[in-house]
Design a protein around this ligand. Structure first.
Ligand SMILES: Nc1ncnc2c1ncn2[C@@H]1O[C@H](COP(=O)(O)OP(=O)(O)O)[C@@H](O)[C@H]1O
Ligand SMILES: [Mg+2]
Length: 280
């Protein structure tokens, strides 16, 4: 099982579009995929066709300890693709949990105990956590639950600002919280026909992230907004668009890494269980 947090504290960089469309493409390749919508704005829930009502159980209830995660997982219109929905209540969780002991590992603990119970979550090949645009306690929870980090990023000098904060928080999780999550790669997004300073920015990004940049670039396309309006993935409404091909290429890169990840299987469970025993 690969657990991936899609993060960047900047909004509008393509986190949700990446989580949903990469997730859908993995599902089309017969992987069982769970998207955890971990943003109070609930954009991935909306993209996956859900109408996010405040009365329905969501990932907020998982964080509040009201419900087990496996109880709120829903099917989507894509086979093998499942959703743990969010809604605005999650903004409240952010405030509620700040004072709690073990506040950084609430999501991790919920997922691990669910896997230990042999729930449906144990059967997923991928869990993809779509994070909110912040470096909050929610983001730390996502990082503590994940083993890998994908960072969609517009390749402009402006976008580079703040990338060091992102790296700092990953180091904090690695060193202070002793959780071995690592950056698999930056995903260049909103690539323009006129690439402008792309090459120069790419060099800086590679330097900053130790070369961890995906080869696939995601071009700017109107297909994503059209898909959002239809509450569909790009594969459902425009399977032959460049947008679909970009995410197919990205997914191929992700699938190629599975071999390397294989060695880590099971280790996560062991690691986190020992972490819980040790620290909390
Ligand atoms: N490669 C792209 N080209 C054009 N529009 C995009 C692209 N990726 C995302 N978008 C659009 O930009 C907006 C923000 O994308 P989103 O994935 O929600 O960002 P984030 O989750 O980082 O805030 C959405 O309206 C989405 O449809
Ligand atoms: Mg988003």
């Amino acid at each position: 099982m690969r657990i991936i947090a899609v993060i960047n504290q900047k909004g509008g960089v393509g986190k949700t579009v990446t989580a949903v469309n990469m997730g859908a493409c993995l599902a089309l390749h017969n992987r069982r995929v769970l998207i955890v919508d971990f943003d109070p704005q609930a954009n991935s829930s909306l993209l996956l066709g859900r109408n996010t009502s405040l009365d329905e159980p969501s990932v907020y209830d998982v964080m509040a300890g009201n419900i087990n995660p496996e109880e709120i997982i829903e099917e989507t219109s894509t086979k093998n693709l499942f959703l743990m929905p969010s809604n605005l209540n999650l903004a409240e969780a952010e405030i509620d949990i700040v004072e709690r002991p073990g506040r950084e590992i609430i999501l991790a603990e919920q997922l691990i105990s669910s896997i230990d119970r042999g729930s449906v979550i144990a059967g997923f090949d991928y869990i993809i956590i779509d994070c909110s645009p912040s470096l909050s306690i929610l983001t730390v929870n996502a990082l503590m639950a994940a083993r890998e980090i994908f960072i969609p990023m517009q390749m402009t000098y402006f976008a580079l600002k703040g990338a060091d904060h992102l790296i700092n928080i990953v180091e904090l999780v690695n060193e202070e919280l002793e959780h071995p999550v690592s950056i698999t790669g930056v995903i260049p997004t909103f690539f323009e026909k006129d690439p402008g300073d792309y090459e120069k920015v790419l060099e800086e990004v590679k330097e900053l992230f130790g070369g961890a940049v995906f080869e696939t670039v995601i071009h700017r396309s109107t297909a994503y907004d059209k898909a959002a309006a239809a509450q569909k993935t790009v594969f459902e409404i425009m399977p032959e668009s460049d947008a679909s091909w970009d995410y197919r290429n990205l997914t191929q890169e992700v699938i190629k890494m599975e071999q390397e990840e294989e060695g880590d299987r099971g280790e996560k469970k062991g690691f986190l269980s020992s972490l819980f025993k040790k620290t909390y």
